[in-house]
Write a protein that binds this ligand. Structure first.
Ligand code: NA7
Length: 283
């Protein structure tokens, strides 16, 4: 039995399997989710359920957050019965959501003033990696807080690495997701071009998967395109958000500018589908 008491906020596509990993690793886990019904699955697996972020941080030593965006983080810190309403010291808050470096720097400072720590620790990897503890975790913030949380990161990912000060984990994540966007759009454009010349997706994917360009991402997303399965493992609206965040941080280069435009245009129609639904936009 691991003894660190863990609080977990956010039980979406990623937060649900990640919190389950920690229950499986025999940590005592308490969860909180804005829509209460999502907590019931975790309760049935052995988690306790808190009624608010404030209660969650009062009860636990380390609190993880895995939610959508900057707005969600702001609501969870500043809302009624939010994290900042708790009178606590010495806690570590680990924000694993993909958010702006700016919001991490701001809440890191506020946490410090209250005698607590904040780490930004976004992840690379999707639902499958979350389910198998194979995520890549990039961390910004205090070294001693990172060392304290490291054994827990080891249950969630195959690599965890402190990049630097607060916000640097978020910046690294935005760089990775820019590359992810290139892969998704690049694969789509190559398949559409081939299809226009009567080469079917199945044939192209067999060639690509056996070439030097093969990758886990291309294999999984190629299968999704062939099966017309656009259910969100990583929602297109999230990558559209990440590209906006990267732009705000100064991303301004030839490919990235086109990528940004394509995903912003696709978001209204395909935002709730998987990132590879960019294929439909390209088509
Ligand atoms: P999902 O499956 O869309 O889940 C989003 C989670 O964030 C879910 O628990 C939401 O609660 C929660 N959320 C969203 N907005 C809020 C606000 N305003 N207040 C509190 N909680 C909120 O996302 P993923 O799990 O795929 O992704 C999570 C992160 O990883 C994201 O940053 C990605 O870019 C990468 P709900 O259930 O809707 O009440």
């Amino acid at each position: 039995m691991n003894t660190t008491k863990i609080g977990w906020i956010g039980l979406g596509n990623m937060g649900n399997p990640m919190s389950q990993q920690l229950i499986d690793a025999a940590y005592p886990v308490t969860v909180y989710n804005r829509s209460k019904e999502k907590a019931e699955t975790l309760r049935s697996l052995g988690a306790a359920v808190a009624s608010s972020p404030k209660e969650l941080i009062e009860l636990n030593e380390v609190v993880f957050m895995m939610v959508s965006d900057d707005q969600a983080i702001d609501d969870l810190f500043n809302g009624t019965d939010g994290l900042l309403a708790a009178n606590v010291r010495g806690k570590v808050i680990v924000n694993m959501s993909t958010v702006s470096p700016g919001i991490s720097k701001a809440f890191s400072q506020l946490c410090k003033e209250q005698g607590n720590y904040y780490l930004d620790a976004p992840v690379s990897g999707s639902v499958k990696q979350a389910e198998t503890g194979q995520l890549v975790i990039m961390v910004g913030g205090d070294e001693s807080a990172f060392q304290q949380v490291k054994p827990i990161f080891e249950k969630l990912g195959k690599l965890n690495k402190r990049i630097g000060d607060s916000g640097s984990g978020n910046t690294a994540k935005l760089a990775i997701n820019t590359l992810l966007g290139f892969y998704a759009q690049g694969l789509s454009e190559a398949l559409v071009f081939a299809q226009q010349h009567h080469i079917p997706n199945e044939a192209m994917m067999e060639l690509i998967n056996n070439s030097a360009l093969s990758s886990v991402f291309i294999k999984i997303k190629g299968d999704a395109i062939i099966n017309e399965n656009y259910n969100a493992a990583f929602a297109l609206k999230h990558i559209a958000k990440d590209l906006r965040l990267a732009k705000d941080e100064g991303l301004d280069s030839p490919l990235a500018n086109v990528l940004f435009q394509t995903f912003q245009q696709a978001e209204p129609e395909y935002g709730n589908e998987d990132i590879i639904a960019i294929m439909k936009q390209i088509r």
